[in-house]
Design a protein around this ligand. Structure first.
Ligand code: MN3
Length: 198
């Protein structure tokens, strides 16, 4: 069974961009909920231990048809939130360095161009979902939007940045000002952590 990955910071350390109450609720209720539900599905099928969740979601043939949507919603939620928390910090490592800088410069010309495109796409998105920066199978970067808790991992892509666009990620602090949350994300995005995922 899977366990909730520990946060690398206290609930209040992402303030003022993401307030402590939002981090606490988001992590202990939403993320934990997706994890609990994922484990219920895996227990139901006596799924063999030893595989990563990334591996499991790429072949759900072990599930009955009626469980596939529910399983992927919850397992996707776990993967997406694992990524989201991992790449945030208050260390101000918010300028790309090393591998991620090279990749962004190669694919977008500059960090500023990438950031503008990412923010513009995030702002256009409606409903509940996510925006990711992924590494494609041919080692290029792509910005991908997904509905609900769909994860790029389902498609064999490798997400290295993920921003939660569900209202529960920002509503306590920002209400309808989602663009401010999206801009703020780039202040607490930690490119040292992103580099570890490449
Ligand atoms: Mn969320």
């Amino acid at each position: 069974m899977f366990e909730l990955e520990k946060l690398n910071y206290e609930y209040n350390e992402l303030e003022p961009v993401i307030d402590a109450k939002t981090v606490e609720l988001h992590y202990t209720k939403h993320h934990q909920g997706y994890l609990n539900n994922t484990n219920v599905f895996l227990e139901k099928y006596h799924y063999e231990e030893g595989k990563t969740l990334e591996e499991i979601v790429q072949d759900v043939s072990f599930l009955k048809e009626e469980d596939k949507v529910g399983f992927l919603f919850n397992a996707g939620g776990v993967l997406n939130h694992n990524l989201y928390w991992k790449i945030l910090s208050n260390k101000r490592n918010n300028t790309p360095v090393d591998k991620v800088k090279t990749l962004i410069d190669e694919n977008y010309g500059s960090f500023e161009t990438f950031k503008e495109e990412f923010i513009a796409k995030a702002n256009k998105f409606t409903g509940s979902g996510w925006i990711f920066l992924v590494i494609t199978k041919d080692n290029k970067l792509d910005i991908v939007l997904t509905d609900k808790q769909n994860s790029p991992v389902f498609e064999g892509l490798k997400p290295i940045i993920g921003l939660d666009l569900w209202e529960h990620a920002y509503y306590l602090n920002y209400q309808n000002r989602r663009p401010d949350y999206i801009n703020g994300f780039f202040e607490v995005l930690d490119f040292e952590e992103v580099n570890k995922l490449i």
